[in-house]
Design a protein around this ligand. Sequence first.
Ligand SMILES: *Cc1c(COP(=O)(O)O)cnc(C)c1O
Length: 368
Amino acid sequence: MAHQWRGVIREYAQRLPVGPATRIISLGEGGTPLVFAPALSELTGSKVYLKVEGMNPTGSFKDRGMTMAITAAVESGAEAVVCASTGNTSASAAAYATQAGIKCAVLVPDGKISMGKLSQAIAHGAELLQVNGNFDNCLDVARKLSENYPVFLVNSVNPARIEGQKTAAFEVVDFLGDAPDYHLLPVGNAGNITAYWKGYREYAESYISATAGELPAVSTKTPIMWGFQAAGSAPIVAGHPITEPDTIASAIRIGNPASWQQAETARDESGGLIDSVTDEEILAAHRWLSSKEGVFVEPASAAGVAGLLKHHAAGNVPTEKTMVITVTGHGLKDPQWALRTADGSDIEPTKVEFDVVSVANALGLTGL
Ligand SMILES: *Cc1c(COP(=O)(O)O)cnc(C)c1O
């Protein structure tokens, strides 16, 4: 009998802080495809897979954490949640709060979020405020709001978010049969690299579960973690906060990551690195994914692939390894980037008359 994926909380209940009486708020998130990337694999001589997180219910990995955060909010009796967002957190919080029947307030940087993400939050009825400031300013206000008013914070500083997001590492291991040798991903507020590292570690160690007692180790190893920030927003690489972060990759336009320390721990414990990639490298990776691998992502999502291409060009990528790259959000979130060439000019579809000869000519076909 076909098995329908039941969302990350039900699939991994033994490894999450939920009990039998918990009312689970879920849109069926997780269970996303781990897609073999033939072109990247051929280039590097390693087996490269893409964890395609754009396939989550609201189109980004944020849903994994949000199912846990909204479930925890409801369990605590909250009637309203708040988040700061570069876009995807607000889209996700708004959707899950709607299912829970609670209010959702979102603070976004003025003019800096894509139309796809903005429309999701509005469609789901969030109270959306455009704040005259950047993401870091929004998070600061959201935190203070949750400390002084009756609203529950659902940003990734909330540990429930990290718990939910660690399930992506479980899925990778469950699919491959062991942890990969390398895991690459974009780094913004650094919640996701923190969560993957937690998940990989829990699968490599025996795990004491609140509901199931001791669970045996699932994998034999943990991967080397490679995280990539955008060059104009690379505080961890620079070693200090960036007051005016700048990049076309809006989902990682963050100058002072909330999980900075944890990201460094993931890097250091795994023997990995956190590096930066330029907007040009991000857009080249974005184009590589859509034109060579058949996977359409939003620009920020391509940062991990940009990092692989950069390090391959520098001769730092080993052959015959297994590598997983998380591509974090769907291309339809922010589709404008597909409609311009590498040199920045607009791409216009060719117009034709409706007769077969004109269409054949336009396609460069000759008759049989
Ligand atoms: C949130 C987000 C990121 C960054 O993840 P962090 O956990 O903040 O490091 C990257 N890509 C997309 C599409 C996102 O929505």
